[in-house]
Design a protein around this ligand. Structure first.
Ligand SMILES: CC(C)(COP(=O)(O)OP(=O)(O)OC[C@H]1O[C@@H](n2cnc3c(N)ncnc32)[C@H](O)[C@@H]1OP(=O)(O)O)[C@@H](O)C(=O)NCCC(=O)NCCS
Length: 242
């Protein structure tokens, strides 16, 4: 008995299946949280946001008739999400539709493809890709077109093994501008000369304004003035005749 139970349980776990369905309004919050989780680490490493950019935009997508949002579930839990557009729409769109028209291409734009980290490497991504290829065929599209950051190496190599190739698209360039900081670096202060504070407590005044030494300096001048002034006690001297 005790032998058979774990085996039965293991068998059940091994038989997990993934199901696809169209998203429903009630799934939106859960799907948004799912995308934030999947792209958290990817977004930290890439110049462009690998989507989703904002919840507002994500909710707008739901009402767009050109965009197909699919969720992939295992036992009712979202483990995958895909979003694809049959037209290049949206104000944050990077695509020039004429480029494709000129080449006779009718692309299905894959805006989003995500698998829960706990389920990566188990075939969910391949299932999503097959679903997207199937949609492309049933809607008369000739190519799947998507954008991926060059340094999202894991996803890039995953696409490359599925025969995705690089289009004539923009690459990010940067040039280092040699520069200086706006603000000067810290400066070491001079040591205060010993006579400047003369051992007196700090008053906040300049040394020459400190009361003690200033009074001492004024005294002789006062005495000099008194010596030249006529003494009140001595008789006034007549000026010498010239
Ligand atoms: C890229 C991603 C969608 C792949 O989904 P996945 O469920 O892990 O992929 P699968 O399990 O279906 O992959 C199955 C096959 O791909 C192979 N594979 C897995 N990772 C790979 C990689 N980095 N490079 C090449 N092959 C890879 C597996 O060995 C397996 O091969 P097999 O079928 O011959 O056994 C998923 O990792 C993901 O969501 N990443 C984070 C979000 C992201 O970066 N999305 C793309 C943004 S544009």
């Amino acid at each position: 008995m005790s032998e058979t139970k774990p085996v039965a349980r293991r068998k059940k776990k091994d038989q997990l299946e993934v199901r696809v369905r169209r998203i429903h309004r009630r799934d939106l919050n859960r799907a948004w949280e799912f995308l934030k989780l999947v792209f958290r680490d990817v977004n930290r490493e890439t110049v462009e946001y690998q989507r989703p950019r904002s919840k507002r935009r994500f909710l707008e997508v739901y009402s767009s008739e050109w965009i197909e949002q699919l969720v992939y579930e295992v036992n009712g839990e979202i483990v995958g999400y895909s979003e694809c557009a049959f037209e290049a729409t949206g104000d944050d769109n990077w695509v020039n539709p004429r480029w494709f028209e000129k080449r006779g291409m009718r692309p299905l734009f894959v805006e989003e493809l995500a698998v829960h980290p706990d389920y990566q490497g188990r075939g969910v991504g391949s299932f999503i890709m097959e679903q997207l290829q199937h949609l492309a065929r049933t809607r008369g599209c000739t190519h799947l077109v998507l954008e991926v950051a060059e340094n999202n190496e894991s996803a890039l190599s995953w696409y490359r093994t599925r025969n995705f190739y690089k289009l004539d698209a923009a690459i990010f360039l940067a040039q280092k501008v040699p520069g200086e900081p706006d603000l000067l670096p810290p400066r070491r202060l001079k040591t205060r000369p010993a006579h400047a504070n003369g051992g007196t407590p700090t008053t906040g005044l300049m040394p020459e304004e400190v009361s003690g030494p200033a009074l001492v300096a004024k005294k002789p001048r006062a005495r000099k003035k008194a010596a030249s002034a006529p003494s009140k006690s001595a008789p006034a001297q007549k000026p010498e005749p010239e």
